[in-house]
Design a protein around this ligand. Structure first.
Ligand code: NAD
Length: 293
């Protein structure tokens, strides 16, 4: 079997075009430009790349972008003060503090300081509750929202499907499971994690496998039921002397192995990653609309 490649770049381009059109209309009709503030504390190289990409995408789609870079020694109180200023700034509708912050900062405390109406990452407890309640006024975390959009765009039937989500983080695994089990999706969902017993056997039951672990090439072909759909969320840097950067990106799924067994698969890069940023733009548009209604 040759798997269909789920082209995240192409599907993300559709979302971006939709967002750009709505942003243009909001500007023309109401004079409102959705604004996103991204705060980066410290020098983490991967975080710098993500923040740069978010800033660029805002500009490409016509959103106002405010990039705030703070030194690694910024205290938690100083960071929260910056968040509070952004909460009060009428030109900003979405606020995102790039994860992970330096170790001396309690990320949870910072997330709680963000006005939930501007929490476009969907990590504030109020938005977590709205996700569980299936309340559409909440913000759905961008990566799992992007995965759902990819499944829909690829024509994958979730109704009654067995889905296995590997990973139970608040950023990907848990919200992904909530979205799959929600009434507009209707999958039967298993959440697997580092303490799960016989992960390969759990995965073999799945019609849809979502891998969000952070371990390069972990999921192998013999974990996959023939014809299953595989969504690879993992972004792992592995050493590669043939690359100018000295590394390459790989997912949590052994793509070459699994692609011969499944019916459809997302590549890394070019799968979930581009969709995540597109969904962030969509959430910022939603925030701007809801705040200015
Ligand atoms: P995390 O470290 O917070 O969570 C990892 C999860 O994997 C944990 O719940 C843990 O229980 C589980 N796990 C660890 N080892 C395991 C094992 N051996 N077997 C089964 N489960 C195991 O990570 P995260 O933030 O959820 O991110 C997961 C991956 O997704 C990372 O590679 C990250 O870079 C990537 N990611 C990608 C995007 C994107 O836009 N594509 C966004 C967020 C995260």
């Amino acid at each position: 079997m040759t798997a269909k490649v789920i082209d995240g770049k192409a599907f993300a381009a559709n979302v971006r075009a939709e967002v750009a059109a709505h942003v243009a209309r909001l500007k023309a009709e109401k004079g409102i430009t959705p604004g996103l503030a991204v705060v980066l504390v410290g020098e983490d190289p991967a975080s710098k790349v993500y923040v740069g990409a978010k800033d660029r995408t805002c500009q490409e789609l016509g959103l106002h972008s405010k990039k705030i870079t703070l030194p690694a020694e910024t205290t938690q109180d100083e960071l929260i003060a910056v968040v509070q200023q952004l909460n009060a700034d009428a030109s900003i509708h979405g606020i995102l503090v790039q994860s992970p912050p330096p170790k001396h900062i309690d990320e949870e405390a910072v997330i709680r300081a963000i006005d939930p109406r501007k929490d476009v990452d969907g990590f504030h407890p109020e938005n977590v509750a709205k996700l569980v309640l299936e309340d559409p006024s909440g913000f759905v975390p961008c990566t799992p929202a992007g995965c759902m959009r990819l499944l829909a765009a690829a024509g994958v039937e979730t109704n009654g499907a067995e889905a296995v989500v590997i990973g139970r983080s608040m950023i990907v695994g848990k919200p992904m499971a909530m979205l799959l089990v929600a009434k507009n999706s209707n999958a039967t969902v298993t959440i697997a994690h580092s303490r799960s017993k016989d992960l390969p056997a759990i995965c073999r039951r799945a019609d849809i496998v979502v891998a969000a672990v952070g371990r390069p090439d972990m999921v192998k072909a013999d974990w996959i039921k023939p014809g299953a759909v595989v969504i690879d969320v993992g972004i792992n840097r592995v050493d590669d002397a043939t690359k100018k950067s000295g590394y390459r990106l790989t997912g949590d799924v052994d793509y070459a192995d699994v692609a011969g067994k499944c019916s459809a698969i997302t590549p890394v890069p070019g799968g979930v990653g581009p969709m995540t940023i597109a969904m962030l733009m969509k959430n910022t548009l939603q925030a701007a609309r809801q705040l200015t209604e």
